[in-house]
Ligand binder design. Structure first.
Ligand code: PEP
Length: 248
């Protein structure tokens, strides 16, 4: 039985004071939440979030990391550094990293491998752009993104990973994939993994991300292959984030 995972992606938002208020409010409202909950926060706030959430039911992680272990990589942060701050999760291949910072499928796969080698659980983000959906190549694109990781790390690696299906056209736009649209891609992803390893496919947590809010969370999270959410904007408002957590 898969446990739902609702993870907040704070992106480049927050201050020490705002984070403290947000996490206090979320912690205060956790009664009755059955889903696993996590927040992926900007690097400078990892120590603050670790101190605030240690011993709580909420896990934490980062939004990106280097594929390299250490060395002359100015501005980068390694998996070992994330471990120093007690991270459980790290996002890899978020569409903003792919689109704005040019991360290729190969680089994303290397980050995924480096995260797992350090004992972190990568949340591998995949998803098609609006053009790609309109060209009816969603499965080709998502399949290619998955193949890069499967080729480098093998299907067994997915036993210690999470996949987030995030249609790029739904991220931060207020346009949410319909439950049927999302479910279809989730089923495609699970089916592709099932063809390689049924047990891994059955246990694999596949989150949906893209303008998930309190008002649409239940209909998305009750789809058979949607195992949680990766939440951007709504994760910055405690009541909204909690409502999604409670829908899971
Ligand atoms: C995201 O950043 O991964 C995301 C899903 O953002 P939003 O919920 O704001 O669309």
């Amino acid at each position: 039985m898969r446990r739902k995972l609702v993870a907040g992606n704070w992106k480049m938002h927050g201050t020490l004071a705002e984070n403290d208020a947000l996490l206090s409010a979320v912690l205060a409202g956790m009664a009755g939440v059955r889903a696993q909950v996590a927040v992926c926060v900007p690097f400078p706030y990892l120590a603050q979030v670790q101190a605030k959430l240690a011993g709580s039911p909420i896990a934490w992680g980062a939004q990106n990391m280097s594929q390299h272990g250490k060395g002359a990589y100015t501005g980068e942060v390694s998996a070992a550094m994330l471990n120093d701050f007690g991270c459980t999760y790290v996002l890899v291949g978020h569409s903003e990293r792919r689109a704005i910072y040019g991360e290729t499928d190969q680089v994303v796969a290397e980050k995924y491998a480096a995260a797992q080698a350090a004992g972190l659980t990568p949340i591998l983000c995949v998803g098609e752009s609006l053009n790609e959906r309109e060209e009816c190549i969603t499965e080709q694109v998502v399949g290619r993104q998955l193949d890069a990781v499967l080729g480098l790390c093998g299907v067994a690696s997915l036993a210690k990973a999470v996949i987030a299906y995030e249609p790029v056209w739904a991220i931060g736009t207020g346009v949410t994939a319909t439950p049927d649209q999302a479910q279809a891609v989730h089923a495609f992803i699970r089916g592709k993994i099932r063809a390689l390893d049924a047990a891994v496919a059955d246990d694999l947590v596949i989150q949906y991300g893209g303008s998930m809010k309190a008002g649409n969370a239940v209909e998305l999270l009750t789809q058979p292959d949607i195992d949680g959410g990766l939440i951007g904007g709504a994760a910055l408002i405690a009541a909204d984030f909690l409502a999604i957590c409670k829908a899971g």
